[in-house]
Design a protein. Sequence first.
Length: 246
Amino acid sequence: MAESHAVEVPSTNDFPLMENRGIGFALAFCAGLMNAWTFFHAQTFATVQSGNVVQIGYRLVQGDWEAFWFAFCSVIGFGLGSALCGVLMTTLLKTGRTFSTVVLWSECLLLAVITALAFADIIPTTYLAVAVSFVAGMQGNAFHKDHGMLYGNVAVTFVVQMAFNFLAQSFFKKEGINGESNLMWSGIFFLVLFGFASGGALGFYFDKIINSNVSLVIAIISLVIIAFSSREHKSDADPRAGATFV
């Protein structure tokens, strides 16, 4: 008699650690902190590149070449961070290794160096802001899903769109993606928005009343906590094989 083998069907709710809604909130919180620091020091955004692109055009017409170059370099820095992180992730996955912990600790290390240089005041903070954008580009490429749904923990526009889209859909249809409620999906995206806003508010508040680099210190501490979480859950820390990065 032939043996029967049970086939395990993965649950639609079984998402990697980095797609957990709490992790999504924490990463968005870190993005808000990075934005608070770069906006405070260079009037550029570490993560929201749409704002920097608009600034490029505005500063060009205005003739403010210094502000133009800072905005332009922030976009390039973010892009290079995303590109190099993509190479790192692809290389690690090809060798059967996870990338979440590596990327998170790389972020921590780079931010620590940037923060030390900012405290030492040996390099203009406007230049360091470009380096922060590089770190943000790494984070944006490595972690771009929440609960299985494409989103951005470093980009606000799409998150706002989806939050209100699912909220509106909930008035017409209770069930949404993966058989889960549209209201739940709306809540997930609103939670990410709250992470952005609270990170930005807290970072600016402490930078203003304590020291202008405290927001980066808080970001490093937050990323260290997330990195330890990913280390404890290596088996489910990364997207499944065949995942694409955006």
